[in-house]
Design a protein. Structure first.
Length: 96
């Protein structure tokens, strides 16, 4: 199971319908659960990105979830794979 941090920006459609955004976040969480993804958090942010999500699950399931969300037209995302300190230690330990 991987951890994925997604940075999202509202599209023109998403910002036009901003009042629906909290309901869309609930729909996103329900979709995640159905796809075997645990949504650790959804945070509305200021600055360069409008929303940050933290999800945990199989890479294929998280990717499918994010593609489904993007296909709805309200957000565009950039996703980062997160590693715990223990995971990073193991990865770094494999460097020859």
């Amino acid at each position: 199971m991987g951890v994925f941090i997604s940075l999202a920006k509202f599209t023109d459609q998403g910002i036009r319908n901003i009042k629906d955004s909290p309901d869309r976040a609930g729909t996103f969480k329900a979709m995640a659960e159905k796809m075997g993804v645990t949504l650790k958090g959804v945070y509305y942010t200021t600055g360069r990105y409008d929303v940050v999500t933290i999800a945990e699950g199989p890479e294929e399931a998280v990717t499918a979830l994010l593609l489904k969300a993007a296909s709805m037209g309200n957000v565009r995302t950039e996703t980062l794979r997160g590693f715990t300190a223990e995971e990073a230690k193991k990865i770094i330990g494999n460097i020859p």
